[in-house]
Design a protein around this ligand. Sequence first.
Ligand code: AMP
Length: 373
Amino acid sequence: MNNSIKIGSTIGIIGGGQLGQMLAQSARQSGMKVIILDPQKDCPAALFADGQIVADYSDEAAIRKLVSKADVLTYEFENVDLNILEKIQNKTLLPQGTHLLKITKDRLNEKNFLKNLGLRTAEFSSINTEKELKNALDEFGYPSYLKTCEGGYDGKNQMQLKSTSDFDKATTILQKGPCILEKKVIFKMECSVMVGRNVDGEVSVFPVSENIHRNQILHESIVPARISEKLQNEAQLIARKIAEALNLCGILGIEMFIGEDDNVYVNELAPRPHNSGHYSIEACNYSQFDIHNRAICNWKMPEIKLLKPVVMVNVLGQHLEKVKALVPHNEEYHFHDYWKTEARVDRKMGHVTILTNDIEKTLNDIEKTNIWD
Ligand code: AMP
């Protein structure tokens, strides 16, 4: 393999939340050094890194400093400053490039990209004015989803329009900038596939994760997803197709719906590790974080094997103390603490991974704890 980054080199990560933390843990385990750039001193990732630059994500001088200390640069979230990355990308090794971010930053670009690839998505329309919204609603009907093109996550900056009476509320979303209207997909399951690809074009595809949300925040991931093998293969093939079309380098999360019509609809792309891939730390031969680091370092990409079925459950601020009290008495719970200083309601504070031969029983046991009511 040409151009592979040597063990002992330094990975610079823009962003120091839990995704950066788990990237750092994986990198250090394989003999790499890590420097984090994040405005919060001792952020979750910095606690596991060799060093931190305390600065804003859009501080160009600080990013240049990171570049001068790192052999390869990456990011843990998609809202990095594209202008700065474009300026510095020749001066350092940014194997992920900026092309992927340009597509995924904007929901309209992303949907058009998927459509041009011949993949199925929700019907969608670009919306900039109330008139365009009205016309699109006349076409799609209710319910439909209005989402800002940029800057939304965990259901933020979007709303479901259930009837004409929601029109006025929707205009507040429209005021935030360009939007997209999506017809509601009638789905029986939400799922996702993580896919990694290295500089040489080798691909690793993870198994399909079934995702259960509560209040639009991921609650549980179940792997393998409880769908037919045919649908699982189809979802994985779609992931590979997207990775190749994007000339992907690094890890990508692909959110999908399995329609009531048994079709796979692609919903969203996340150009980074994804919450629904955390199960892979214990349940697979390589985690999504291992694969991301291997990909950007251009190391050989392995075939991903699921070692055991698994349930991953998120620990939000309101669950944290109860989970911490339970973990010492429950040998099945692999608890990951993100070491965040403030446990706010609905803030992701950690997760628990449970390997199991009986998914239904494990889901019931989780319910019975009454922690996640
Ligand atoms: P997103 O930010 O696009 O991931 O949307 C957040 C959540 O809203 C998804 O996980 C779905 O539960 C729901 N949702 C968004 N768009 C649609 C759609 N077009 N059809 C059905 N459900 C949707």
